[in-house]
Ligand binder design. Structure first.
Ligand SMILES: Cc1cc2nc3c(=O)[nH]c(=O)nc-3n(C[C@H](O)[C@H](O)[C@H](O)COP(=O)(O)OP(=O)(O)OC[C@H]3O[C@@H](n4cnc5c(N)ncnc54)[C@H](O)[C@@H]3O)c2cc1C
Length: 375
């Protein structure tokens, strides 16, 4: 079966890799960018994957059960299995932080309810092969001395040792490289202009039409132009900084997060001095429809929260700063994985909003099983 994938961010690349192990699929991927997602870009990133921080928040998601939680957990399991394979086959060094996520918890009117919810989740997670721990200020101070536990009245933190963080662009490059080795054809610099329907659907591109048996649209925000989907951009800004001296405990550098602001070590080397801090969540407001731009005030709020949580950041030096757009489905949950209509051979795999890196593997597995059902 010929499968044409439109869009090669993390979602398209993961689908291509997942299908590439199976001889029944003859796969082509087109993307309008001149080449694979670039690592460490600055300024406005042309793809969502190029801007992503790569947090894989699965066990620490405040959900007891359900499809979204299952997809999250499956994502981490897939990466634990596939990343070593990718490193082996491509020789690429894929930064993959396995030291967990520490999420600060703050006093509020409902903090007792919050604590009870976390305690309930702590009891449930072992049945999902995961762990969660509640840490109180003394433990936080001794294990992560870089955190100011008095900032904004933190009452403690939830530590999720089984969650991860990966470098999204390098991971995408590795998936492309490995899929190429398994026979997938990639055509960069080729923009899809629209789908043509019929027995064999096709995609009109800047350099002619490509016929296929099935078309998978995984073009992120660009998917809206190829379908009737209503996807809205949600902007995120982030920064990479370098420190004059190591912070925290060398050898234990988890992701630290508070009020949705994340501090992420760039790598796990004990001498690492570089961190990512991100990301803002900026919605399109009426007066700026179609012209969403990074808001300096949102960045200042992010940076103030980061420095309050980790005071050593005040002396950090900026390495690069960037922004990107997340594809959010309007009025329905993310992500969207469905046929455009009952009889069509056009499959949408898009709208992953804030968790596209985490949800790409479960998306790819679902796409695979949907394609297996096509006669
Ligand atoms: C600042 C920021 C931080 C984030 N942090 C995280 C995080 O920590 N964890 C997480 O899981 N997610 C995170 N995300 C979200 C994540 O980046 C997205 O959900 C994910 O990248 C979406 O992947 P995608 O492949 O669907 O889209 P994209 O990465 O945007 O890829 C779509 C591809 O389609 C191509 N394309 C579009 N239109 C066409 C066309 N007409 N023809 C051909 N090609 C086309 C584009 O060139 C692009 O390469 C973050 C996002 C941002 C902006």
């Amino acid at each position: 079966m010929r499968v044409l994938i439109v869009g090669c961010g993390i979602v398209g690349a993961t689908i291509a890799y997942e299908l590439s192990g199976d001889d029944r699929f003859d796969i082509t991927v087109v993307d309008r960018q001149p080449g694979p997602v670039e690592a460490d870009g600055a300024g406005v990133c042309p793809t969502s994957t190029g801007a992503a921080l790569g947090l894989l928040m699965a066990a620490i998601a405040k959900k007891e059960k359900g499809r979204n939680l299952k997809m999250r957990l499956a994502g981490v399991d897939w990466y634990d299995r596939v990343i070593p394979e990718l490193i082996e086959t491509t020789g690429l060094e894929i930064p993959y932080n396995r030291q967990g996520i520490l999420m600060l918890q703050y006093q509020s009117d409902r903090f007792e309810d919050d604590r009870r919810q976390w305690e309930a989740l702590m009891k449930i997670r072992p049945s999902q092969s995961r762990r969660l721990e509640i840490w109180y200020p003394n433990q936080i101070r001794s294990v992560c001395p870089q955190i100011d536990v008095t900032h904004d009245r933190a009452w403690g933190a939830v530590y999720s040792p089984d969650d991860r963080q990966v470098h999204p662009a390098i991971l995408t490059q590795a998936l492309i490289n490995a899929a190429q080795q398994r026979g997938v054809k990639f055509e960069f610099g080729r923009e899809a202009l629209g789908v043509t329907l019929g027995k064999n659907p096709g995609v009109k591109t800047t350099t002619g039409t490509i016929k296929s048996d099935v078309v998978v649209i995984s073009a992120g925000l660009g998917s809206a132009k190829m379908s009737t989907l209503d996807l809205r951009p949600v902007l995120g800004q982030a920064i990479q900084v370098t420190m004059a001296e190591p912070i925290g405990t060398p050898g234990f550098q988890p992701i630290i997060t508070g009020h949705d602001v994340h501090l992420i070590p760039v790598n796990q080397n004990p001498e690492n001095l570089d961190y990512y801090v991100g990301a803002t969540v900026e919605f399109e407001a009426e007066p700026t429809i179609g012209a969403l731009k990074p808001d300096p005030t949102a960045f200042d709020t992010l940076w103030t929260q980061a420095c309050g949580m980790i005071p050593a950041l005040e002396s950090a030096t900026q390495v690069r700063r960037w922004s990107g757009l997340r594809p959010r489905p309007n009025g329905r949950p993310a992500p969207i994985i469905e046929w455009t209509d009952e009889n069509s051979k056009i499959l949408l795999a898009t709208g992953h909003y804030r968790n596209g890196v985490l949800l790409a593997p479960a998306t790819a597995m679902e796409v695979r099983s949907m394609l297996e059902g096509v006669s």
